[in-house]
Design a protein around this ligand. Structure first.
Ligand SMILES: Nc1ncnc2c1ncn2[C@@H]1O[C@H](COP(=O)(O)OP(=O)(O)OP(=O)(O)O)[C@@H](O)[C@H]1O
Ligand SMILES: [Mg+2]
Length: 315
C-alpha cells in the first residue's frame, strides 16, 4: 500500500439500532500519521463508529476502508495493522502486568518477552512490571491497556475515551503517551468528549453529535477559523493602521472598540504594536474559534441527549 493510502476512510457509514440512529452517513478521510480526534458529547455515536471500523458491529449502510482494506470483507488483512482500546479491558488482577501481557501474546500464539519489555517501557510501567495488577492505579491499568494494544506493532491505534475516569495526573500521563505515540508515527483515532484534550493532542478533528458529523478538518485551521479579538483602544484610528500591518481589516463596533480577525496567539504582538504606535490599550478579549463555538453549541444543555427515533427499522 502506498504512503498516500488513507489510514481510515469511510463513505456514508451508518448504523441504526432498530429505529434509533447511532451514526448517520459518516464520511471520514484520515491520513496516515494523523492524530485524529473524534469529538462529541455522550451518545454522539463515537463508540458505535469505532465498533463498525473494528468489525465489531455491522454497518446498516455505507462502507469503510482501513489502509485500503474493506472493513467488512477484509478484516483478517486489517487485524495485524491495528490495536484498539474500546472498553476498559479486563486484566487478571492477581497476576502481574508483565504476566497479563504474556497471556495476551500467547492467545495470539506469540511468545516474545523482549516485546513485552519494550511496550512496558513505552508506557513507563517497567518499574512495576512484576507487581500484581490489583495494586495498579486506574491510570496504570489504562497504560497497561495501551501497552497491550501496542504488542503487535500496530500502525493504527483506536483509543476510545482513554482518559475517562482518570484524575488530572493520570490524564496528563495518557495524553503525553498519546503524543509520543503520534510522534513515533502511529496513526491514532482518539475519541473524546473534551475539546481541550483534542486541541492538545490531535492534528485533525471531526465533531459528531446525534450520529451526525458536524465538521472536520485540521485542528489548526478550525481553531483559527472564526477566531477574533475584541480590542478596546484609544485612539481607535491607530488600531486601523496597526491591523493593516497584520494584514487584517478591523470591524469597528463603537468609538473605542473593534473586532480584529486575529487568533489569540497574536495578542502580545498586537498589543506591543499598538503601544509602540502610541495607543492606549484598555482591553483585548479573544472570541471563540469555530471549533469552540460549534462544540459549545453541541454541548449546551439538552444537546447531549440520546438520539430520537427517526427512521424506519432496518438492521
Ligand atoms: N447496542 C445498542 N443497542 C441500541 N442502541 C445503542 C447500542 N449501542 C449504542 N446505542 C445508541 O446509539 C447512540 C450512540 O451511542 P454510542 O455509544 O456510539 O455513543 P458515544 O458517542 O460513544 O457516547 P459516550 O460518550 O457516552 O461513550 C446512543 O443513543 C446509544 O444509546
Ligand atoms: Mg462511547
Amino acid at each position: 500500500m502506498s504512503p498516500s493510502t488513507l489510514a481510515i476512510e469511510t463513505v456514508g457509514l451508518s448504523k441504526f439500532f432498530g429505529r434509533r440512529c447511532a451514526a448517520r452517513a459518516i464520511n471520514l478521510a484520515i491520513p496516515q500519521g494523523a492524530v485524529f480526534g473524534f469529538l462529541g458529547p455522550n451518545g454522539a455515536g463515537k463508540t458505535t463508529t469505532i465498533r463498525m471500523l473494528l468489525g465489531l458491529v455491522r454497518p446498516t449502510s455505507g462502507n469503510g476502508r482501513i489502509l485500503g482494506y474493506d472493513i467488512q470483507r477484509e478484516r483478517a488483512a486489517i487485524l495485524p495493522y491495528i490495536g484498539a482500546l474500546v472498553e476498559s479491558p479486563a486484566f487478571y488482577p492477581y497476576l502481574s502486568g508483565q504476566d497479563n501481557l504474556r497471556i495476551l501474546m500467547r492467545t495470539a500464539r506469540q511468545e516474545n518477552p523482549r516485546r513485552i519489555a519494550q511496550v512496558l517501557e513505552q508506557v513507563a510501567l517497567t518499574h512495576c512490571a512484576n507487581d500484581r495488577v490489583r495494586t495498579y492505579s486506574l491510570g496504570m491499568k489504562q497504560r497497561l491497556a495501551i501497552a497491550a494494544t501496542l504488542l503487535n506493532h500496530p500502525r493504527i491505534l483506536f483509543l476510545d475515551e482513554p482518559t475517562n475516569g482518570l484524575d488530572p495526573a493520570g490524564t496528563v500521563e495518557i495524553r503525553q503517551l498519546i503524543r509520543q505515540l503520534g510522534s513515533a508515527g502511529h496513526t491514532i483515532f482518539l475519541s473524546s468528549h473534551q475539546l481541550h484534550e483534542v486541541e492538545q493532542v490531535c492534528t485533525d478533528v471531526a465533531i459528531i453529535n446525534r450520529g451526525q458529523m458536524i465538521t472536520q478538518g485540521r485542528v489548526t485551521d478550525l481553531t483559527r477559523e472564526g477566531a477574533a479579538l475584541l480590542v478596546t483602544a484609544e485612539p481607535l484610528a491607530l488600531l486601523q493602521v496597526v491591523a493593516e500591518r497584520f494584514g487584517v481589516q478591523p470591524q469597528v463596533l463603537d468609538t473605542h472598540t473593534a473586532r480584529v480577525p486575529l487568533a489569540s496567539e497574536q495578542i502580545p504582538k498586537l498589543v506591543a504594536a499598538l503601544v509602540n504606535a502610541g495607543a492606549e490599550v484598555h482591553q483585548v478579549t479573544p472570541q471563540h474559534s469555530t471549533l469552540e463555538q460549534r462544540f459549545l453549541e453541541l454541548t449546551a444543555a439538552g444537546n447531549g441527549a440520546p438520539t430520537t427515533p427517526d427512521q424506519p427499522a432496518h438492521r
